[in-house]
Design a protein around this ligand. Structure first.
Ligand code: CA2
Length: 143
């Protein structure tokens, strides 16, 4: 079973800035704990600050992986292109947000990614990524 976590812009700063919103753990450290917790799945991690690179990665693995866990950062709220990419691939996508975007600024309340995604996990901190992996492990999902 192949699952990839794709993180978008600024998520490389996790653990370094704004710990009151995003926590104090770096994603690299959290990813190590996910690998230890889920040793029997093929887990990959990709982060980019560039919309085109996120699109290329989704196209590259979107017909061969069993699940994509996508936190597209602020592109969530702006990118019709990412929404179109999710709709175009076969691999189911779970949209994850660390913070509860609905109790933040109104521009974070809309997502171009939610409708074409299989589901959404919001506001549960880094735990959301773990729950998304668990979902893919547990389900015989269809898109
Ligand atoms: O809550 C989330 O996971 C977000 O996707 C994070 C994005 C934000 O634009 C979305 O509205 C919600 C921002 C990621 C920025 O991450 C940082 C982490 C540490 C320090 C500064 C930024």
């Amino acid at each position: 079973m192949k699952v990839i976590i794709i993180n978008g812009p600024n998520l490389n700063l996790l653990g370094k800035r704004e710990p009151e919103i995003y926590g104090s753990l770096s994603f690299d450290d959290y990813y190590k704990s996910l690998q230890e917790k889920h040793p029997h799945i093929h887990l990959e991690y990709f982060q980019s600050n560039h919309e085109g690179e996120l699109l290329d990665k989704i196209h590259e693995i979107g017909f061969s992986f069993d699940g994509i866990i996508l936190n597209a950062g602020a592109y969530t709220h702006t990118s019709i292109a990412l929404g179109d990419a999710i709709a175009a691939i076969n691999t189911p996508v779970l949209e994850v947000h660390i913070s509860n975007v609905h109790n933040r600024e109104s521009f974070r309340h809309h997502s171009y990614l939610s409708a074409p995604s299989k589901g959404v996990i919001i506001g549960l901190g880094l735990k959301g990524y773990d729950l998304a992996i668990q979902f893919f492990k547990d389900s015989n999902h269809t898109k």
